[in-house]
Design a protein around this ligand. Structure first.
Ligand code: NAD
Length: 428
């Protein structure tokens, strides 16, 4: 199925699952891998599609379509978030679950990939309706998930609250305690310190490593961030506070704000928390459309909203010379080609936003051991994983003279998945 997706203010007809398959093909072209083996690595092992019937506050029944895709489990339990959004579709969930496989492989954590979602606009529902809908989904997921089977986590429009409900539903039905069945929980429910910041932190670390590799100074870099939610706002804050970068523009679904002298990342976040949007922030000198933000003349652009934010035509107008992808799949394959031709360096999502799943892995380890780490240890271990993954990607990029960092990341990841699947042999 194709879906119309917002692209910097325009609608483009791009299927994210086809984008994923193209990315895998691009990498496989540099490897010795048979078409039959590749076919398996390009398609999910199974997809649950279900319709949740839930009583709403006014006594009527709401029916909500929901999915869980388990893409590949060769390297460990399926792992990946749950998204609540009206644009969720079967193909979007399949694509996101595939990206999880290659993300976990690129940062070398022992997981496969999964993803789930409900077709819903959570803003239209009360908290008690969302709780019943989430618990209904958890009940459907119960036979599929488990600490060693499939471990969901937050994604767009879900967070600690939804994770706590899913954990509680699972534990109640299974009559056990199993905090490791889900990650991204609140601390008192078995969450990890550092998890909320982890995705933005890996984006910041990837930006730091990319600039160092390019011999550019990040402390004097201007930065634009599209999407000021969990991933984008934390990346902006850490780039500003820890690396001294100048965050000049940020946006959300209602529009963007700009100040060439810099925006206070925390100030914009508090403003958005208060008003629901970054638009109207008093420290801005100008309002921007999303297209204007994506084409700003800055040193670093961070897409941190949804997939397909930049298509081929918009890529021709991108003003940044480096992009670090906090969102999953923000560039279409055509955009990738254009940006490679234009020598714009793109640090791919499967590395740059891998902090979320890496700290989810630490959370799961802590849950299994019932032994909890201080935040400093979480951040140190995360930094080690991201820096080692970046170095491995660069080695592969240089050794095989690959066209861009994304292809290098997929070559590294595909090799690891292929090795695990080869070592397992065939069943049946
Ligand atoms: P979120 O819901 O917290 O934030 C998303 C933000 O994007 C919101 O501010 C929303 O207003 C904005 N947005 C939506 N459409 C937009 C548009 N057309 N233009 C500009 N802004 C728009 O979600 P999040 O958790 O920050 O996730 C964002 C991206 O990061 C997604 O692609 C998600 O898959 C990816 N990601 C998140 C995590 C995580 O741990 N949160 C981990 C890995 C990847």
């Amino acid at each position: 199925m194709r879906s119309l997706v917002d692209c910097g203010g325009m609608s483009v007809d791009i299927n994210p699952f086809e984008s994923l398959q193209e990315q895998i093909d691009d990498a496989a072209a540099h490897m010795d891998v048979g078409a039959d083996v590749l076919e398996r690595l390009k398609n999910p092992e199974r997809v649950l599609e279900t319709n949740l019937s839930v009583e709403l506050d006014d006594g009527t029944i709401g029916v909500f379509r929901a999915y869980r895709s388990q893409f590949n489990g060769d390297r460990g339990p399926y792992k990946g978030g749950i998204r609540y959004h009206p644009g969720v579709s079967r193909d979007e969930v399949k694509a996101l679950s595939g990206w999880m496989v290659y993300k976990c492989a690129v940062v070398d954590i022992p997981y496969g990939g999964g993803k789930g979602g409900i077709v819903i606009d959570p803003r239209e529902h009360s908290e008690s309706e969302l709780e019943r809908i989430t618990r209904a989904f958890a009940t459907e997921l119960r036979p599929l998930i488990g600490e060693d089977r499939d471990i969901p986590a937050p994604d767009v429009n879900t967070g600690q609250r939804e994770m706590n409900w899913i954990k509680d539903t699972y534990e109640t039905l299974e009559n056990t305690t199993a905090p490791g069945v889900i990650t991204g929980k609140a601390i008192q429910s078995g969450g990890s310190r550092g998890r909320v910041e982890a995705t933005g932190r890996s984006t910041m670390l990837t930006a730091r490593e990319t600039f160092e590799y390019l011999d550019r100074d990040i402390s004097s870099a201007s930065v634009a961030v599209q999407g000021y939610g969990n991933a984008g706002s934390v990346a902006a804050r850490l780039l500003q506070k820890e690396l001294g970068a100048n965050v000049v523009a940020v946006s959300d679904s209602s529009g963007g704000v700009y100040n060439p002298d810099g925006l206070d990342a925390d100030g914009v976040k508090s403003f958005k928390n208060r008003t629901g949007s970054v638009s109207g922030y008093e420290g801005a000198s100008q309002e921007l459309t999303n297209r204007e933000l994506l084409t700003l003349d800055v040193d670093l652009l961070i897409p941190a909203a949804l997939e397909n934010a930049i298509d081929g035509s918009l890529a021709r107008d991108v003003g940044a010379n480096a992009i670090v992808e906090a969102a999953n799949g923000p560039l279409t394959p055509e955009a990738d080609t254009v940006l490679t031709e234009r020598d714009v360096v793109v640090a791919p999502d499967i590395l740059a936003n891998a902090g979320g799943v890496t700290v989810s892995y630490f959370e799961w380890v802590q849950n299994r051991q019932r032994f909890y780490w201080p935040e400093s240890r979480v951040n140190e271990e995360l930094e080690r994983h991201i820096v080692e993954a970046f170095d491995g990607l660069v080695d592969c990029y240089e050794e095989y003279d690959l066209p861009n960092f994304r292809t290098a990341a997929y070559v590294v990841a595909l090799r690891r998945v292929l090795a695990a699947s080869g070592e397992s042999g065939r069943w049946p």
